[in-house]
Write a protein of this length. Structure first.
Length: 172
């Protein structure tokens, strides 16, 4: 028996809940979570336990509020100078990024899974676009996802190589 409050126990409860909801498990594509260690632990984190229980890779959607904690940790705990290490790594690896779309970075099995559910995903996203979104960043995420799936020609933006950055600018 696992101690109460551990990531493994949380993960098991998530799995139990999904099993109780008809039709959810076969359509489950991702998990949304905050960045606490009990969720993100590599061996017994809730998301790891859940993904292993379902026997397939799931999309990890880190809470938009907590994602900034990861960035802040990179800024405050690993950077030694005025540059932000997280952005420096991104900038140095820019040439390896496929700007044409995300499809090429998926495995063959992921592409098969995505193609088998593409119509459902696209219809759902289009329906959400018609709904009033409480935040503009949700709408932006939906439009970006549709663009990556090749369903929208132009989202009014593009990918640009990272430019100059500095800790003071990031903090502002």
């Amino acid at each position: 028996m696992l101690p109460v409050g551990t990531g493994a126990l949380i993960g098991q409860k998530v799995v139990e809940f999904v099993h109780e909801c008809p039709g959810v498990e076969e359509n489950l594509a991702g998990l949304c979570f905050d960045t606490t260690a009990s969720n993100t632990g590599i061996h017994t984190g809730a998301i790891t336990v859940a993904q292993q229980s379902f026997g397939r890779r799931l999309l990890f959607l880190v809470c938009r509020h907590h994602m900034l904690e990861i960035c802040a940790a990179a800024v405050f705990f690993t950077s030694k100078g005025p540059e932000i290490e997280l952005f420096a790594r991104h900038k140095s690896h820019w040439d390896f990024i496929n700007e044409a779309g995300a499809g090429s970075c998926l495995s063959d099995s992921d592409n098969v899974w995505l193609e088998s559910r593409r119509a459902v995903v696209v219809n759902s996203l289009r329906q959400h676009l018609e709904d009033v979104q409480p935040r503009e960043d949700y709408r932006e995420f939906i439009r970006l996802t549709l663009w990556l799936l090749g369903e929208i020609e132009d989202i009014g933006t593009g990918f640009c190589a990272p430019g100059a950055y500095h800790r003071a600018r990031w903090m502002a």
